[in-house]
Design a protein around this ligand. Structure first.
Ligand SMILES: [Zn+2]
Length: 455
């Protein structure tokens, strides 16, 4: 039902609404830089019918026109996935592509982030990527600034789940509800790609209509570590030996002074862990401990695989093309890709979670006994697999006044509110049914919870 509604009602509105404010595209470069047959390959998809085309789609020149002249796309992330996405989109006929990335280029990016060269090391990724696309794909306008509301489609190629959730929350905050009914023209589709080594996924999210990032948060479990008993008494892998040194030996021996935490970017630290890991490995006749592996384990590095990025970016760019042209039904709505061993891929429909704290519009209940301590509430917010918050700030309203119960990010307020953590909810004066407003880096909006006392 969702997709039918999307295709018939929403897509035309998305196109119309943002059509109402046409952008000036780089001095009309679009119409002057085309050469004969430039878009022939795209026209084959849009200007004639085919077996996979949506039955209601009327082949015409309009879709291509929309893509070339009007459709505005925001690409978030200009790393491994982002470079692929920008190249794919620019070569598919999208000319109004904006890119954002907070990172600067590192020399280790150059093997796969092919829009960057050695001379670019140290420069902002977004600037260099935009310059490269502009110089290689004539007529493509790719600035590196943006305002979310202007975009028809947003594509994420991020490696951070927190940033992804924040973006998800941003698009949810732009939704307009009238008497509880979603105004479809306020929806901006989000295409999200993610990779980790040889695994990847691509998904299509219609904020407010289909499963959002937070609805499926259980799919991104927190980092799983090796069991402690394996590390301590039955190591089998070189990684177990490195973890033994990292977790047990470093804090015990404190080789660089009492307060010195292990720094994965400090070569002396890594060298120490490497030597100790070699000794431990020798004890158990385990081979394979190297300096490189040591750093990889300490820094939790999962090697980036260029071909996984290419496959996922291709899937994402195809979804952008399908939605922008409306000629084909989009992915519904989650594709898994895995080439660890052979090649495996499948698609399923991720379902919305009724009480999703990001997109459900209803405050979630927090079940605690009045004698629970605030610390327990805080632990729940960070440890629950469906919330996974990072440093939640909890406020409430008492006697018509805002009261901060706990806030971590500002040192002076943290100090002032820390004693609250050991107080019970009762002692804090919180009542059954009380609303708690929680702010966190995982969302641009404050999340409302309702306190439900258990007996
Ligand atoms: Zn949701």
């Amino acid at each position: 039902v969702g997709w039918e509604l999307f295709r018939q009602e929403i897509l035309p509105k998305i196109q119309r609404v943002r059509n109402a404010h046409p952008m000036l595209v780089d001095g009309d470069a679009g119409s002057t830089s085309d050469w004969d047959d430039r878009w022939n390959h795209i026209k084959k998809f849009l200007e004639r019918s085919g077996p996979f085309m949506h039955p209601d789609f009327e082949p015409s020149t309009e879709s291509l026109q929309f893509m070339l002249e009007t459709c505005k796309i925001l690409v978030i992330g200009a790393g491994g996935l982002g470079c692929e996405l920008l190249k794919n989109l620019a070569l598919s006929g999208f000319r109004n592509i904006h890119v954002v990335d907070m990172d600067n280029i590192d020399v280790s990016n150059l093997n796969r982030q092919f829009l960057f060269r050695a001379k670019d090391v140290g420069r902002p990724k977004a600037d260099v990527a935009a310059d490269f696309i502009n110089s290689r794909v004539p007529g493509c306008f790719c600035p590196s600034f943006y305002l979310y509301l202007e975009f028809h489609i947003i594509v994420c190629g991020l490696d951070s789940i927190v940033a992804r959730r924040w973006m998800n929350g941003m698009l949810l905050s732009l939704l307009v509800y009238e008497d509880g009914v979603l105004d479809p023209s306020s929806i901006i589709p989000l295409i999200d790609g993610g990779t980790e080594g040889f695994k990847g996924n691509a998904r299509v999210i219609l904020p407010g209509m289909t499963a959002c990032i937070d609805c499926t948060l259980e799919l991104y479990p927190p980092q799983i570590n090796f069991p402690m008993c394996t590390i301590a008494s039955m190591p089998r892998l070189p990684e177990h030996c490195i973890e033994y040194v990292r977790i047990l030996q470093w804090p015990k021996e404190m080789p660089f002074g009492d307060d010195m935490a292990l720094d994965g970017d400090d070569p002396e630290h890594i060298q120490w862990v490497y030597q100790k890991s070699l000794e431990r490995a020798a004890e158990f006749s385990i081979t394979g401990v190297t300096y490189r592996l040591t750093q990889g384990v300490v820094k939790r590095i999962i090697p980036a695989v260029a071909s996984t990025n290419a496959a996922i970016a291709a899937a994402c760019a195809t979804e952008v093309f399908k939605i922008a042209s409306s000629a084909y039904l989009p992915l519904n709505n989650y594709m898994v890709f895995n080439d660890v061993d052979g090649l495996y891929t499948y698609t399923f429909e991720a379902e919305r979670k009724e009480n999703c704290s990001a997109c459900s519009q209803v405050p979630s209940d927090l079940h605690f006994s009045p004698s629970s301590k605030l610390q327990e509430v805080l632990d729940y917010l960070t440890e629950s697999t469906s919330l996974q918050m990072k440093s939640p700030a909890i406020t409430t309203t008492m006697d018509g006044k805002n009261k901060t119960l706990y806030l971590q990010s500002v040192a002076s307020i943290e100090q002032r509110t820390r004693p609250n953590l050991t107080k019970t909810l009762n002692e804090l004066g919180l009542a059954d049914g009380q609303e708690l407003a929680v702010a966190d880096v995982t969302t641009p909006q404050t999340v409302l919870f309702k306190l439900c006392f258990t007996s």
